[in-house]
Design a protein around this ligand. Structure first.
Ligand code: NAD
Ligand code: GDU
Length: 326
């Protein structure tokens, strides 16, 4: 299969490239390098282009003629989305619109799309499954929900077959240790903890300690990036199954929540020393608990996460942080 990874120079996209290659597929990347890294895509076929420029897609799609497109190219900082909503509606909504139109123009009909647990908003039940109401509390979540809707409509009207994957908290790095999470600025919990452990920052700030949770800290469901990629491969196969609908939606998480403090303590065990921290004010827009109900991906796709153990996730991220290439 020929797969075009849109946003393939980014954190999750670069891992997806690896997973596709290991599965024997022919891979190319489409990326504008706004947050991606050239070092992550060395030696690969790259179409440098922007989803906001349809001419770039008109160059890449007929040239590579992919059987499958995988979309990772988004802005994804919750805080930024509340200050600069236009950036989010531009990239995450107009970008997806341009992609869907280009796919229609060039007869490309298979898409796997990265969505997010942020589409759900505040949880109304302990585990968030796909039937949970979607009421985002930030612009990032709304932009992804609008994109999902456009994809669903394209499946109904234009013969597209698509899988939308709503991730919870992606973490960890490839076993090879040469690609990993590197955002600037970094806002995610685990890389921020490990930057301190690696001596690149003096301390990590824990946002809020008086949430209504077991220890007062926010609780999240961490899923290894390689397990996410496995689910994408399975979702791509599911697009070919006539007994499954043209539009498929799956949550991806381990179904187990860890508090911010528990993640810090687990990281201290992995690195073998205390990691300086301080408690700061709660961050605006953070739901207290986000834990996935992801049984649908298991039962329909046959997905079985191989790296669900938090210590294993942190250890893989730590290997990357110690030898970070970019
Ligand atoms: N990291 C997480 O925990 C998480 C959780 C849920 C969902 N997601 C979603 O997963 C996807 C990937 O996240 P990530 O953490 O790897 O992000 P990232 O910022 O590391 O990667 C995004 C990539 O897309 C590229 N890109 C962005 N806009 C583009 C455009 N207009 N045209 C071409 N390329 C463009 C960037 O240069 C980058 O290489 C995003 O859609 C994000 O919303 C991530
Ligand atoms: O330096 C930090 C960074 C984060 N946190 C806390 O750690 C938890 C996790 O925060 P992250 O920023 O790592 O992740 P989020 O849960 O905010 O968001 C992630 O998961 C969401 C869905 O669950 C979205 O998909 C989003 O794109 C993705 O970044 C939150 O309680 C946050 O307040 C800290 O205490 N200190």
């Amino acid at each position: 299969m020929k797969a075009l990874v849109i946003g393939g120079a980014g954190y999750i996209g670069s891992h997806m490239v690896r997973a596709l290659q290991r599965a024997g597929h022919d891979v190319a990347i489409f990326d504008n390098f706004s947050t991606g890294h050239r070092a992550a895509v060395e030696g690969l076929k790259v179409y440098e282009g922007d989803l906001l420029n349809p001419a770039d897609l008109d160059r890449a799609l007929p040239d590579f003629a992919p059987d499958l497109m995988l979309h990772f190219a988004a802005r994804s900082l919750v805080g930024e989305s509340m200050v600069e909503p236009a950036l989010y509606y531009g990239n995450n909504v107009c970008g997806v619109f341009n992609l869907l139109e280009a796919m229609r123009r060039h007869g490309r009909a298979r898409l796997v799309f990265s969505s997010t647990a942020a589409v759900y908003g505040l949880p109304t039940k302990r585990r968030i499954d796909e039937d949970h109401p979607t009421q985002p509390i930030n612009t990032y979540g709304w932009s992804k929900l609008f994109a999902e809707r456009m994809i669903e409509d394209a499946c109904r009207s234009y013969g597209l077959r698509a899988a939308v994957l709503r991730y919870f908290n992606a973490a960890g790095a490839d076993d090879a240790g040469d690609i990993g999470e590197a955002h600037e600025p970094e806002t995610h919990l685990l890389p921020n903890i490990l930057r301190v452990a690696a001596g690149k920052a003096p301390l990590v700030r824990l946002f809020g300690s008086d949430y209504d949770t077991r220890d007062g800290y926010c609780v999240r469901d961490f899923i290894h990036v390689s397990d996410l990629c496995d689910a994408h491969l399975l979702a791509a196969n599911a697009l070919e199954k006539a007994d499954l609908p043209a539009y498929q939606l799956y949550n991806l998480g381990n179904g187990q929540g860890f508090s911010v403090l528990e993640v810090l303590r687990a990281a201290e065990v992995v690195v073998g020393r205390p990691i300086p921290s301080e408690v700061g004010p709660a961050r605006a827009g953070d739901p207290p608990v986000l834990v996935a109900g992801a049984s649908k991906a298991r039962s329909v796709l046959g997905w079985a996460p191989q790296k669900a153990d938090l210590t294993q996730i942190i250890a893989s991220a730590w290997r990357w942080h110690q030898a970070q290439r970019y």
